[in-house]
Write a protein that binds this ligand. Sequence first.
Ligand code: B12
Ligand code: SF4
Ligand code: SF4
Length: 353
Amino acid sequence: MSPVIAVVAKDFRLAIRAKALALGFDAIGFTRASLAPDARTRLRAFLTAGQHGEMGWLEAHAAQRAHPQALWPEAQSVIALGLNYAPAEDPLTNLTKQDRGNISVYARHRDYHDVFKGMLKHLAQFIVKTHGPQVKVFVDTAPVMEKPLAQQAGIGWQGKHTNLVSRQHGSWLFLGEVFTTLEIVPDTAHADHCGSCNACQTICPTNAFPAPYQLDATRCISYLTIEHAGPIPEEFRTAIGNRIYGCDDCLAVCPWNRFAQTSGHAKLRAREDLTAPRLADLALLTDEQFRKKFTGSPIKRIGRDRFVRNVLIAIGNAADPTLIPAAQSLTSDPNPVVAEAAVWAVARLAHFP
Ligand code: B12
Ligand code: SF4
Ligand code: SF4
């Protein structure tokens, strides 16, 4: 690259960084629109081992996922962004509340996809206005390997729990990207700072890590409660405890969280009714009530039946006989997965002293 282009690019990086921070992003870095061969090989190994389970969309678009330029051939650079969603309280404290459900931190407030995408569009508009390139914005749902790209862009590293960890924000960063046709001087990839720690692997209730840095999604409570459609396999039901939507255990236990500041984003403030909701109330939600309650929330996507299935597993683990009537009333639910979970819950509660 000629010195002149390098100077322009450097100023431009500063301008984008300043704009991103002004818009409310908490982390930003730049990388080329290509992935290191390791990330591609490991994606292939994950898929070949069937560790993606029913998430067929991971396999269907594997080529684009592995090669950002297969997704968009003109892309030259990726601007990786992070949004801090660190909770005000330790999410693990909820797990001992028998009559309550635990919703993972990322789903206790407005859908982050909407919040993040809105901010990305503003940043993209700024880039187009000032430098005129083409841009595309992504968050979560596109076939993009967001964690390796964010590591390449220097935002943090993929920890042994496989998520991106930041020295400043711990495990609590949402990720998203602006792809652009501009060539921007890349940042240096972030080094791994897990060292000899293995707290995330040790705490996992379902032993979902076959090895450090590898996740068998089919054993992960996040997958089982959100992505998996049928009955939850018996072997995981007790371990799920009261986690009714996702799981944060491996994130919450990470020692790097001690540097995290509670998220200041008003749109990411936890809804009170989703912080530790009563299982008895959730079990009895009708389809209409479910949709109304979860409008604007990521939970809406899984639908009433899958959600109530999860609530019934938590009820079966609750050792609280006052929950029997709620479970009993669902044993003849028209949805067979709900009815089966209700029968299981009633049988479990009958065996508690
Ligand atoms: C599929 C998916 C899931 C699946 C599978 C998760 C997984 N780890 O693959 C399930 C449903 C289980 C899931 C759960 C969660 N998810 Co999710 N998920 C995704 C999604 C859509 C794709 C991830 C993917 O490509 N997986 C495929 C695997 C092969 O890729 P990988 O995880 O990067 O695998 C790497 C490692 O295995 C590593 N590796 C393998 N072997 C080795 C060996 C060594 C030595 C090393 C160093 C590395 C290494 O290399 C691979 C390639 O980089 C992304 C969004 C996106 N588009 O990227 C969000 C995303 C990863 N999820 C996210 C979140 C928040 C969660 C949950 C915390 C939600 C919750 N509270 O329930 C949990 C966390 C569970 C966990 N421990 O990972 C965030 C993570 C943010 C962050 N800071 O990293 C993302 C980025 C969404 C977002 N835009 O913010 N998720
Ligand atoms: S999210 Fe929960 S179940 Fe999934 S890997 Fe982490 S600790 Fe294990
Ligand atoms: S808990 Fe320990 S091993 Fe796991 S990601 Fe954090 S530092 Fe790495």
